[in-house]
Design a protein around this ligand. Structure first.
Ligand code: DI6
Ligand code: FE
Length: 407
């Protein structure tokens, strides 16, 4: 006996990202929810009359587009302060190195984060989360990595969970202890890596604060050898891994994360052929972050053609962070992915739905299909390409989380 329908949306244009059609589109369609899940979807002509008649709530969308809730699978949403002053200084001729020497750059975000208590971090991050939600996000990944000491990393991860509770959305956390070398460890790299691997990660994982483990594998971050040590510890703890890889140089980070069956390799401007092949074999998702490419005025593109040819699924995210991607719109990230990286609108939208879900290891969302969570967004649009085409504006009409309307 199937459950009664709680909600029936009719006369919709469904972008399912599930069936064989551009965007998985079904026109003149209906979608029903029961107990927070999608219970039925298909053409209006096939709607079972009895069940439709007994639906608790029925509404026509008058042709409007309905998509799965969008998923931002890579953010550093929680940090103290901001770096607008440095942005200004750079535009007035200061170099990144000068700013860093004067105590700016990522270290300034670390200081500001360390000196902010839990309520202050929460109060600063919440409007950023709300901005993402206003653009259709219903699942959000948030990284730590501006604490670089146990207490502040814990505080960041606790605030991430609190944002999820406050907004009723799913927040997935990633522990990014290997984001930067904290100033107090300047001459003791190995000690810091040991602290992260042997103390911070096990402690935070034990507190249930870590859903995945990430690192910044880069000349200015951590080496592949240091990253491997972290991943080995993550594997022992049964935690999935993902990696900031090949953003500024080729460190063979994508090969490393693929060797650990990683969920995703992110950035990838300097990704080479062998990295692509390793990702294809392991099923590691390529997360493209056009906001950082744009803000850094990078000129080297991620190898989208090779990723396509090797059938590596591509996701798109904001990378929202105070230094290299102060971007608060996932829809704008899809526009940038199209314009800067030449993704098609369908690829960009798969990148913030079905493939973003995979980048987080979530199998219950990202498509419109029976049994999936009823996280849904109705848009002031009928063609899905519009979501990537408009630059700014308010396109989101309504959101449902687990079948419940939230405005
Ligand atoms: N990649 C980046 O571009 C940022 N972090 C990372 O892993 C930089 C973060 C910052 O400057 O605050
Ligand atoms: Fe990042």
């Amino acid at each position: 006996m199937t459950a009664d329908w709680d909600l029936l949306l009719t006369d919709a244009t469904l972008a399912t990202f599930d069936i064989e059609a551009p965007f998985g589109l079904i026109h003149n369609a209906a979608l029903a929810c029961a107990q927070g899940r999608i219970a039925w979807l298909g053409p209006m002509s096939e709607l079972p009359a009895d069940q439709a008649a007994s639906a608790r709530h029925r509404e026509s969308l008058a042709g409007a587009l309905l998509t799965p809730g969008l998923i931002d699978c890579h953010t550093h949403l929680i940090f103290g302060g901001n770096r607008a002053r440095e942005f200004d200084l750079r535009l007035n001729g200061a170099s990144y190195e000068e700013i860093a020497r004067a105590g700016g750059g990522i270290v300034s975000s670390v200081h500001a984060t360390r000196s902010a208590d839990e309520d202050a971090l929460f109060a600063q991050a919440l409007p950023r989360a709300r901005a993402l939600l206003a653009d259709g996000v219903t699942t959000l990944e948030i990284k730590s990595g501006y604490g670089l000491e146990l207490d502040t990393e814990r505080r960041m991860l606790r605030v991430a969970r609190r944002i999820g509770r406050e907004l009723g959305i799913t927040v997935r956390t990633s522990f990014l202890g290997l984001h930067a070398l904290p100033p107090e460890y300047r001459d003791r790299r190995d000690d810091y890596v040991a602290l992260v691997c042997d103390q911070m990660l096990p402690a935070l994982a034990g507190e249930g604060l870590v859903d995945a483990v990430d690192a910044f594998c880069e000349n200015i971050g951590f080496s592949a050898t240091e990253t491997r040590r972290l991943f080995e510890r993550a594997s022992q703890l049964g935690l999935p891994v993902k990696l900031h890889a090949e953003q500024l140089s080729d460190q063979e980070g994508a090969m490393l994360v693929a060797a650990f069956d990683g969920l995703s390799a992110d950035h990838l401007e300097y990704l080479g052929e062998r990295g692509v092949a390793a990702m294809a074999r392991a099923g590691t998702i390529a997360v493209l972050l056009p906001g950082a490419f744009y803000a850094l005025r990078e000129t080297r593109h991620p190898p989208v053609g090779m990723l396509r040819e090797s059938s590596v699924p591509m996701a798109v995210a904001t990378d929202c962070n105070p230094g290299t991607s102060p971007l608060l719109s996932l829809r704008l990230a899809t526009n940038m992915a199209c314009t800067l990286f030449r993704l098609t609108p369908e690829e960009a939208l798969r990148g913030v739905t079905v493939n973003a879900a995979r980048a987080l290891g979530l199998g219950d969302r990202g498509t419109l299909a029976v049994g999936q969570r009823a996280d849904l967004v109705q848009w002031h649009a009928s063609d899905p390409a519009e979501l990537c085409y408009w630059i700014g504006g308010e396109l989101k009409a309504r959101t449902w989380l687990s079948g419940e309307p939230v405005g």
